[in-house]
Design a protein around this ligand. Structure first.
Ligand SMILES: *Cc1c(COP(=O)(O)O)cnc(C)c1O
Length: 412
């Protein structure tokens, strides 16, 4: 019998909620009838199957709208966060190209925003990538300073998926309102613990992802402001005119129902979850820092997603550490680019040294993480890390008081 069977939780312990979240059982339950009972096309107006589906979509739209305080008619359902971000950036840029061809964004965006910006550069747009400080923040003043006569869009990530830093959305929104520039916020991460209000925060476009908020994978939403100003977008595809012509194609009714329920639960639980996850991740961090030296917390120390801890274990290869703790499901600190072993553009933008980038692990706690799991994770990770430190010649030298910076390495 394996030890894992004696634990009061399942292993590997899931600490990778920034990659995807478990679909909440309440969400699954709400979705089920829409696969094989009320399975109509939401746009079929001639029979009850269609009406039932349409009614369910209407309710989901209200719930998603309520989460960010907008009108239901301002919510466009998409296939996920990536499509929402693509639609926001390509859609706005191409619609307003005659007004100007300059976009302001940051150096720490998710690929679903960064790559569209890069593609637009090839279409003749100019993009300013604002640098961040060592905590991963841009300031509203930086944004204000970058906006020009021909700026048509500001696109900023909210909760950073690699280091957890939360951008000052409200301050940036105020600058954009003041300058009359459209503001897109990539809020795929953070809606389960933070409160965003598109009016109070001056947001014109807001991207959401179902599977980052305990809903299903493959569904997302984009908030598109309809009043003051009325934002228009060029659609990415062609077809039947669904979603006010912004996003063509038959609606994913079960997915939309799930996203709606997920949004409702997030709204009800976000304040309490923020408190709970803040305490849990502090518990994990404190355990690490109390029992090991030469650790670094990447990202902002306080203005951060409450469940996300990106920690560099100096002198330990991150990949080796991950392999050494098979009882934990975590990501390397630069999850998005770990396949290529390229130092991530986010960590690089923060100025994290290349050595520390490769030693970083991202722990992301979530709604279903328990205190027992956190304590287990700390124990498992520390055991693996101490073992690897003992085998590290670099760490040996540091312990002996040798300054590694003064060593001249011999290359063959
Ligand atoms: C996950 C994520 C996305 C992409 O969302 P998908 O639904 O996975 O396509 C975009 N931005 C951020 C910050 C994310 O974490």
């Amino acid at each position: 019998m394996s030890i894992a069977n004696e634990l009061p939780f399942q292993t590997p312990v899931y600490l990778d909620n920034s990659s995807t979240t478990r679909c909440d059982p309440r969400v699954v339950e709400e979705m089920l009838p829409y696969f094989s009972d009320t399975y109509g096309n939401a746009h079929s107006r001639s029979h009850a199957y269609g009406w039932g589906a349409e009614k369910a979509v209407d309710l989901a739209r209200e719930r998603v709208a309520s989460l960010v305080n907008c009108k239901p008619s301002e919510i466009i359902f998409t296939s996920g966060g990536t499509e929402s971000c693509n639609l926001a950036i390509f859609g706005a840029a191409r619609m307003y190209a005659e007004k100007g061809k300059h976009i302001v964004t940051t150096a720490v965006e998710h690929r679903s925003c960064m790559d569209p910006c890069r593609a637009l550069e090839r279409e003749g747009f100019e993009v300013t990538y604002l640098p961040v400080d060592t905590n991963g923040l841009v300031t509203a003043e930086q944004v204000a300073g970058a906006i020009r006569e021909d700026t048509i869009l500001v696109s900023v990530i909210f909760g950073n998926n690699e280091v957890g830093t939360i951008m000052p959305a409200k301050e940036i929104g105020a600058v954009c309102k003041d300058k009359g520039v459209i503001f897109h916020l990539d809020a795929c991460l953070g809606l389960d613990t933070e409160t965003l209000d598109v009016d109070a925060d001056g947001i014109d476009l807001l991207s959401m992802s179902g599977h980052k908020m305990y809903g299903p994978q493959g569904i997302g939403a984009l908030y598109v402001r309809r009043r003051r100003p009325r934002v228009r977008l060029r659609a990415l595809n062609l077809g039947g005119g669904q979603e006010r012509g912004f996003r063509h194609g038959t609606l994913n009714v079960p997915g939309i129902v799930g996203m709606g329920k997920a949004a409702e639960i997030c709204k009800e639980t976000r304040d309490a979850e923020k408190v709970r996850q803040t305490a849990l991740s502090k518990r994990l961090k404190d355990a690490f820092f109390a029992q090991m030296d030469h650790l670094y917390l990447n990202g902002h120390p306080t203005q951060r997603l409450p469940g996300l801890l990106n920690i560099s274990f100096n002198y330990i290869e991150g990949e080796s550490l991950m392999m050494g703790m098979s009882t934990l499901a975590v990501s390397s600190g630069s999850a998005c680019t770990s396949a290529t072993l390229e130092p991530s553009h986010v960590m690089r933008a923060l100025g994290v040294g290349e050595d520390l980038v490769h030693t970083s692990i991202r722990f992301s706690l979530g709604r279903f993480t328990t205190e027992a799991e956190v304590d287990f994770a700390a124990k498992e990770c520390l055991a693996a890390a101490h073992k690897l430190r003992e085998m590290s010649p670099l760490y040996e030298m540091v312990k002996e008081g040798i300054d590694l910076n003064t060593i001249e390495w011999k290359h063959d």
